[in-house]
Design a protein around this ligand. Structure first.
Ligand SMILES: NC(=O)C1=CN([C@@H]2O[C@H](COP(=O)(O)OP(=O)(O)OC[C@H]3O[C@@H](n4cnc5c(N)ncnc54)[C@H](OP(=O)(O)O)[C@@H]3O)[C@@H](O)[C@H]2O)C=CC1
Ligand SMILES: C[C@H](CCC(=O)O)[C@H]1CC[C@H]2[C@@H]3C(=O)C[C@@H]4C[C@H](O)CC[C@]4(C)[C@H]3CC[C@]12C
Length: 263
């Protein structure tokens, strides 16, 4: 379904975004990748071309810069004359610990994890309307259920649900055929997530390669929401609606609280 399609992937220099780029390359899509680290993006682009991408290019820069979203969309329009899928995946750095009171960090993370998603989607909408394309928003179970030690991060992910679920309704009202897929992910084995939480959360994380493929499939099938890994995420969401306090205490009880770093 994605052969020859024009796809932007943000946060594509590592983790789930990098794996999405490789799957899309094998599917022979055209790729525009973004992240801050140019050296990593260059390597991912090279690998994508080896794997069969129809074309692969990148733009490096930080998504807390207000001009980058429009620059990325201008590059897509100049290179391809259109766009079929926008995959919003990047996140700024945040620690897994007690909220420190650093309001500046919350403001910056909102800019990177939320406002830039809104700006990218806004700049992409005219092209996506033309192609009847798709927006894929990578979120987290932490954007549906607030556990401890992720307050700023969780806030940015809840904000994504509010904004993009409302926008989806408006597109339907306006009979605009652009799909919005919200991806609700549990713990995935990316280097950054394992580094951040493995000393506190003893669970085995789900594989990033499979996660990346499920996200692409959900977007291509124009699904409203993806839950991955499915049984764990869906059952947590069900328990939240039936017995939220029980769920909260279950989440807390699975953490090795003595290992939380208070920095
Ligand atoms: N791994 C997990 O357990 C889970 C992940 N998710 C979600 O999945 C998505 C991917 O996560 P994951 O793969 O683990 O994350 P990674 O830390 O592996 O990747 C994050 C990506 O974002 C880029 N990035 C970081 N800061 C910025 C910035 N300021 N501007 C632009 N790009 C930036 C990084 O590249 P660079 O540093 O070069 O800029 C990198 O490419 C996120 O949306 C996350 O919320 C959801 C639930 C669980
Ligand atoms: C452990 C959580 C799942 C709840 C449970 O008890 O099973 C994880 C589900 C989502 C994870 C977080 C996430 O969304 C990605 C962040 C990525 C950052 O790089 C640091 C780690 C995360 C805060 C990560 C932490 C574990 C989860 C909350």
């Amino acid at each position: 379904m994605l052969r020859g399609k024009r796809v932007i992937v943000t946060g594509a220099s590592s983790g789930i975004g990098e794996q999405m780029a490789y799957h899309l390359a094998r599917m022979e899509a055209h790729l525009l990748l973004t992240a801050r680290t140019e050296a990593k993006l260059q390597k991912v682009v090279e690998r994508c071309l080896e794997l069969g991408a129809a074309s692969a290019r990148y733009i490096s820069g930080s998504m807390d810069s207000p001009s980058l979203p429009e620059e990325v969309l201008r590059e897509a329009e100049n290179a391809w004359g259109g766009l079929d899928m926008l995959i919003l995946n990047h996140i700024g750095q945040s620690s897994f610990t007690f909220f420190s009171g650093d309001v500046g960090h919350v403001r910056k993370l909102m800019e990177t994890n939320f406002v830039s998603y809104v700006a990218l989607a806004t700049a992409a909408l005219p092209l996506l309307k033309e192609s009847e394309g798709s927006i894929v928003v990578v979120s987290s179970i932490a954007g549906k259920i607030a556990g401890p030690f992720t307050a700023p991060y969780s806030a940015t992910k809840f904000a994504l649900d509010g904004f993009f679920s409302s926008l989806r309704q408006e597109l339907i009202v306006d009979k605009v055929n652009v799909s919005i897929t919200l991806c609700i992910l549990g713990y995935i084995n990316t280097e950054s997530a394992v580094r951040a939480v493995s000393h506190v959360i003893p669970d085995t994380p789900a594989p990033k390669e499979e996660c990346a493929l499920e996200i692409i499939q959900a977007g291509a099938l124009r699904r409203r929401e993806l839950h991955y890994p499915a049984p764990a995420v869906s059952s947590m969401l069900l328990l939240r609606s039936l017995a939220p306090e029980l769920l909260d205490s279950l989440v807390r009880s699975r953490y090795r609280l003595e290992n939380v770093r208070r920095t």
